[in-house]
Design a protein around this ligand. Sequence first.
Ligand code: DAH
Length: 356
Amino acid sequence: MAIFAAMEVFDRLTQLIAEIESAPAPTPEAVEAFRIRYLGSKNVLKPLMGEIRTIPNERKPEFGQLVNRAKEVAQRRYDDLLTATKNGEQSQQASDLDLTAPAEPLPLGSRHPIALTMRRIVSIFERIGFTVAEGPEIEDDWHNFSAMNTPEDHPARDMQDTFYVSAGMPTGPDHTAMLLRTHTSSVQARTMETQKPPIRIIAPGRVYRNETISARSHAQFHQVEGLYIAERVSFADMKATLLHFARAMYGPETKIRLRPSYFPFTEPSAEMDIWWGLETEHDHRITKGTGWLEIMGCGMVDPQVLTNCGIDPERYSGYAFGMGIERQAMLLYNIQDIRLMFENDVRFLRQFASVL
Ligand code: DAH
């Protein structure tokens, strides 16, 4: 009888191990039930262990091993079930995602109206063979003034207009006084010193003048400079190029006029106006009742400037022009106050988000 009972205990244990190994537990509750049944303080293995009394001595070690095995298997299975249900929860959470839901609106940046206008001007000239040139914003007297044939006593050199960086006299015989460039014309001088004709460059950049800040003028602004030097370049070449620019920029019907003017670095010099019209009150105001808007200064590069920069004026001639960017941005985008362009107010900047 005892032998029979002992054999039954062996069978029962083996059966339990099989049961443990295949126990399904798809939910956290089932895993907990498994723990209580096989590993809890009142687990099903305990009463079987008590049966060791009934096992014949020679089989006791075998029985002990089997009990230990049952415990191990239960613990391992429990660990596995636990991780399996945790992963299951995660994949459940993952499948809760609605991939068709509209995305969070990401705030997109926008280009600054000055950059937009600058790019537009530059690309018009790039398409007809000009390449972009650059120079420093902190410039020396030579490149900003002297090389550009600006006399020592010219009012533009006055402390009132120019921000000088170096201490002392604004000008000296060595032309080394440092300043914030007052125009991009300084890039003309730098380019002519380092390149041989033909030269065909466009130089966009920031310039500085000690001016009172108002709705119409600022102490920092931007210009685009142009320079073309080759053999037998004429005033007519300049006029054709500038007409092409005006039409690409303001529409194919745009009319221009060149008014005689004066710049130290060009001879003859002119200012170019575009016909804006007089349709609205606003047109009257911005053209001072004339219908014409001044867009840029230009002229044939003064032979003295060529000589200053190491180019033979007997062999080469050329034209140059310079224009402000802010004013054109204000025209293009109907901006009433130049100061808006330097305040970085996102309510203003956001309005250019769709402009390419
Ligand atoms: N540098 C001039 C200014 O700041 C603009 C200018 C006029 C540039 C005539 C030129 C030019 O290259 O030929 O107002």
